[in-house]
Design a protein around this ligand. Sequence first.
Ligand SMILES: Cc1cc2nc3c(=O)[nH]c(=O)nc-3n(C[C@H](O)[C@H](O)[C@H](O)COP(=O)(O)OP(=O)(O)OC[C@H]3O[C@@H](n4cnc5c(N)ncnc54)[C@H](O)[C@@H]3O)c2cc1C
Length: 492
Amino acid sequence: MNTTEHIEADYVIVGAGATGMAFADELLTCSDATMAIVDRRHAPGGHWNDAYPFVRLHGPSQHYGVNSRPLGAGGIEAQGLNRGLPERASAAAVRDHFDQVLRERLLPSGRVRYLPMHDWRPDPSEPMQGAAISRVGGRRLSLRARRRIVDATRADTQLPGTHAPPFHVAQSARWVTPGELTTLREPASGYTVVGAGKTAMDTVLWLLEQGVASEAIRWVRPREAWLLNRADLQPRWESFPRALAAQVLQIEAAAEATSVDQLFLVLEAGGLMMRIDRQVQPTMFRCALVSEHELHELRRIRQVIRAGHVRALEPERVVLDRGVLPLPAGHLVVHCAANGIPARPPEPAFQGPRLVLHFVRRCAPSFSAALLARLEAAPLEDEHRNAMSHPVPAPEVPADWLRMQLQEAGNERGWRELPDLAAWLGSARLAGFSTLMARAARERTPEIDTLLSRMRQALEPGLVNMARMLKVGAEEESRRAARTAAPIVEAA
Ligand SMILES: Cc1cc2nc3c(=O)[nH]c(=O)nc-3n(C[C@H](O)[C@H](O)[C@H](O)COP(=O)(O)OP(=O)(O)OC[C@H]3O[C@@H](n4cnc5c(N)ncnc54)[C@H](O)[C@@H]3O)c2cc1C
């Protein structure tokens, strides 16, 4: 079948992941626009459709999803490694949230058309047009946007379940993705987890939870990461003094710091930043959040292989940059080395016929997309919109933490100058810390007043010193990347 139907809508949104859905949801609230949402997956939720079964949000559910309805019940977890902290939705709960938003809100509005299982092909000669081609039936729809094409595919999320290992794999090598671990019928003699990011951490924690002995787990960790302490990022009024104190610590430390490395050590001493191995200076920062209980568990793995990246996986050994790791009989390698959210060159959000949904606040995809919808609906010129939506990069290295703060501070200043947007920030579910700040302005306490005054004092010096350190830090990091790491291991 290969028929052509024409669809016209104010906005054609490409991508029904967290950002596309949060954008559509907020635009529905604050405008009368019509939308067509195209996605090549069968259901909304983007990468959560391919998630390994044991993954959860690594941040609180309150920060994620769409603005118009909560994700989860907003409770505190009573058990497990996240006990005492706000709940974190499972992948199934995230998918369910987006499914409900689609079925109960977007589609019944009569203003949204949803095209799952369709590939988007932009028209190179007409920027407001393109085609959606069904991956199943072959149907070809021609789409035209009256206002903009919205690119909600920028994250390009890469997971082990969808992206092959970034190293050579011999045909008879024995390896699985984290998701495939849940289909094992017999235990392996041991597990070699490859990867230094959040997926690898989730996998190690899950293996330990299943009763695998810590000695039976080896962890190939080419780099060490700085991790954020989840307890400092709780979007609850009861925890606000702690969250605010963490913000104050950040900005005061930034004002005094002499280098990026030294700054992170101060933040670690203050409990905000953590690392698994205190003997190794991290060269990676990707906004991963962990609880102190999780960190304690991760530290139980003693066989950490630091010999660079994996180059090849063979039936009886793993070949690394600087060594070879023999694989005992019955041993299973777990591929956790997908790139997550790869770095992309920055570009403006508002580009005439095109709107790109990038982050405008640190590691906040849902909030960023909802805020961009607000800006889109506001009567502003694109130049003005762009001046308050500079891209906040998805971080890779510790210095990115500074880049994110600087970009975000500039954006926030612009938002506060628009009364409607400032009011929205004070009440929007996804705005998290901003809503707590608004409440703090109403319900003042001596403790909060003291913290706010310290923050005001340190803000400008902190930002200035961050900009200075970035220059120096960037040079230091490129030197460090060129150096070789610690020696290792012909592991047993
Ligand atoms: C395991 C994991 C846990 C995370 N936990 C958190 C968390 O706790 N809190 C948080 O804030 N963030 C978290 N993140 C980050 C966050 O989930 C992502 O940044 C965000 O969900 C990305 O959403 P997205 O819509 O930008 O991208 P995606 O989820 O990648 O969605 C993009 C969609 O676009 C579609 N698409 C792409 N190209 C085309 C095309 N040409 N035609 C049709 N469709 C196309 C894809 O099919 C996909 O559905 C996590 C990320 C991962 C990987």
